[in-house]
Design a protein around this ligand. Structure first.
Ligand code: FMN
Length: 169
């Protein structure tokens, strides 16, 4: 298990160019199924996933994220009000964002395990994305995953692993 996990993690790279090949609905379901196993604070499941298949909306997201248009795009949003009800300010400002982030991480690894590629996109204007996806009030987009097959001929460079700052005490 550890070996499979580390192999998957080692292989994963951010890929920002996608081929035109469609992502089958079954694979989208596989990704969403993995997200079901993500833990959330108090088991509140205080996040929402918007799966964007519409060409028009994908195009609009591409314009505000500057990442190539992908055949399917997942937007992970926090629902801070759900957390604040139980956990006050910490739930609102921290747990709900963490929960959406964990869900996105699970999805990113599921994408990799299915032979698809993605890149985590965090650099966007929250208001613009909310308007593009028609977010409900109180929904906060946290991360976007454009998902597809790698454009032909792309060979991601081997990752340079940097030493992390770890404090043993
Ligand atoms: C929180 C977060 C936000 C990111 N935002 C963007 C982004 O807006 N645009 C982008 O092209 N890549 C984005 N990335 C991808 C990183 O640039 C990438 O993960 C990093 O360079 C390491 O490369 P690797 O994913 O291939 O290991 C983001 C990654 C993380 C974790």
């Amino acid at each position: 298990m550890y070996k499979e996990l580390t192999e998957l993690l080692e292989k994963r790279r951010s890929i920002r160019k996608f081929s035109d090949e469609k992502v089958e609905d079954g694979l989208i379901e596989n990704i969403l199924n993995v997200v079901k196993f993500a833990p959330t604070a108090g088991n509140l499941e205080d996040f929402k996933i918007t799966v964007v298949k519409s060409r028009e909306i994908r195009g609009a997201l591409q314009e505000v994220t500057f990442v190539d248009e992908a055949p399917v795009v997942f937007v992970f949003s926090a629902l801070p009000k759900a957390s604040s009800k139980y956990y006050g300010e910490r739930g609102e400002k921290l747990y709900s964002i963490q929960d959406a982030t964990i869900a996105c991480t699970y999805a990113m690894l599921a994408v990799e395990s299915l032979g698809l590629v993605t890149t985590w996109v965090g650099n966007f204007d929250e208001k613009e994305v909310k308007s593009i996806i028609g977010a409900e009030e109180g929904e906060v987009p946290v991360a976007i995953l454009p998902v597809g097959y790698a454009a032909e001929g792309l060979n991601a460079k081997a990752k340079e692993i940097k030493e992390k700052e770890i404090n043993y005490i």
